[in-house]
Ligand binder design. Structure first.
Ligand code: UTP
Length: 296
């Protein structure tokens, strides 16, 4: 089987939960400490060997294109200043991967965004990584998902157990018991079910490895929840029609950056764990919470 090399990262959503920050900047370009969320996602893809990156962009694509392009003026200024470390950081995004861009047009849902990739992907399996979802660097999740897809074919989804009140924010997977290799056969999927109607507690998180058969399924998928074309609905159809859909459990951490509270939690955790600024940030945070934070 041909090794996977392509990844689709949809970054065309409106990001309404983070307005007004996202009025003129895509939410995927907001920084976590000093790096845009999207760069972490591209780094995760390239670490798993996926160096052909297709970004499905929206109306604010300019800062994204600039980020993954050279900035010769700034390069020269940093050379002149004698700042080799900063220069390396500046050049890192453009050296990571071959980045392609496609506009989604009107954002009509994640499924619609993925369908735009059909011509670029052709007849290969590929990965989809959501541009506002982070997992820890070095996590085995994506390499493991790629391995499962290469071994068994079909679709591979990342799963995480969540509490009954959280499941309504996710696609929910109906699974059979785990196989001996730890993967879960998925028999059905429901997009954002009500807590009392959820058929299980496994949430589908923003990592997918998909075969090209997903494209005809997406084309045949009518608008679903929120009037949008849902990737979950197309995958549910494939599962019901007998395409193998495998769940790989993510046991590490995952960070959502799509709303203010989770975005801030992510920034605080990443900052606290950074070797350069972490120690002083942690002691400042500890002092702030104990002594300076207004009570009540
Ligand atoms: P979200 O549903 O979290 O993004 O989609 P959103 O619609 O921008 O969020 P809110 O609710 O308005 O705040 C998950 C990912 O899929 C992309 C988003 O950019 C995000 O990275 N997406 C979503 C698209 O590219 N196109 C779409 O039509 C919808």
């Amino acid at each position: 089987m041909q090794p996977l090399s392509k990844v689709v990262i949809p970054v065309a959503g409106h990001g309404t939960r983070l307005l007004p920050a996202t009025k003129a900047t895509p939410k995927e370009m907001l920084p976590v400490v000093d790096k845009p969320v999207l760069q972490y996602v591209v780094e995760e893809a390239t670490a798993a060997g996926l160096r052909d990156v297709l970004l499905i962009t929206g109306r604010n694509k300019r800062p994204i294109e600039d980020h993954f392009d050279r900035n010769t003026e700034l390069e020269q200024a940093l050379r002149h200043k004698g700042a080799p470390h900063r220069l390396a950081e500046l050049q890192r995004p453009e050296e990571l991967a071959t980045v392609h861009y496609l506009r989604q047009g009107a954002p009509q849902g994640l499924g619609h965004a993925v369908l735009r990739a059909e011509q670029h992907i052709g007849d290969e399996s590929f990965a989809v990584l959501l541009g506002d979802d982070l997992i820890d660097a070095g996590s085995p999740l994506l390499p493991e998902m790629i391995k499962v897809q290469q071994r068994h074919g079909g679709c591979v989804l990342a799963l995480m157990p969540v509490g009954p009140h959280e499941i309504s924010a996710y696609g929910c997977a109906v699974t059979r018991p785990a196989r001996t290799d730890g993967t879960f056969p998925i028999t059905d999927l429901v997009e954002k079910p009500r807590s009392d109607e959820a058929p299980g507690n496994y949430a589908v998180i923003g990592r997918y490895v998909l075969p090209p058969e997903v494209f005809p399924a997406l084309r045949a998928t009518p608008p679903g929840r929120g009037g949008e074309i849902q990737l979950t609905d197309a995958l549910a159809t494939l599962a019901r029609q007998g395409t193998p859909v495998h769940g790989v459990l993510h046991t590490g951490r995952r960070y959502d950056t799509g709303d203010p509270e989770n975005y801030l939690r992510t920034a605080i955790q990443f900052g606290c764990e950074r070797p350069d600024i972490g120690p002083t940030l942690r002691s400042w945070l500890d002092h702030y919470v104990r002594h300076e934070m207004p009570r009540g």
